[in-house]
Design a protein around this ligand. Sequence first.
Ligand code: GLU
Length: 256
Amino acid sequence: MSKQRWIIKVGSALLTDSGKGIDQKLIAQWAEQIINLRANNIDVILVSSGAIVEGMNRLGWKEKPKDIHQLQAAAAVGQMGLIQSYELLFSKHDVHTAQILLTRDNLTNEDRYENISATLDNLLLHGVVPIVNENDTVSTSEIKFGDNDTLAALVANLVDADRLIILTDQQGLFDSDPRHNDKAKMIHSIHVSDDKLTKFASKSGGILGSGGMYTKVIAAKQASESDTTTHIVSGREQDVLSRILNGEHVGTLINC
Ligand code: GLU
């Protein structure tokens, strides 16, 4: 049986327990499940946000700055915390992690695209879990991915992923914003070309996240270009990755 590739994207609010600090317990749970995925012939690439929020924590900043250079400074500090946590929690399973920081122009330049793709292939071949984030230090408005949902979808295209799992602090995609409408119903399954998909998605990402459901839906459309199926699920849901592996229906499935 040929190996599958799954991209697992982790959002800032989820990873940092809404800004309180990196949630090592959650990372430990995902690490255990990722080890289980790998035992089932699935290679995993993590795309992790959280650098800016963790940097703000470490620097004692209470409010997210608007100035791009302050955000870049916070990201540079916080990226250390992210990588330390992932490396520590995967090392308990004798698995190495690797840091990959990307900008949009890295993926539009053919030579660089080839280099990134070859590096990721080699890391997976050697049993390493790549941890991807945007290279916030060099990203300005023109070369930004804009959000890590888009970055995760482009990585899915790059490595021809089978699945893109977007772990978030919401249960899934709803027919209206559940933060404002308590009658909102969760969408269990929808085709990527269904017109209703973008209508369901709110653009507001909350205080800490950047994209809300809108960028997740756009990411699902982008991912479908490489025939990648997208799941939008709560990262706090017990055994979420193992349950998806077992074919259980969790969160929202966006088919292609
Ligand atoms: N690269 C940013 C960070 O790690 C996150 C961007 C996003 O959440 O979409 O803080």
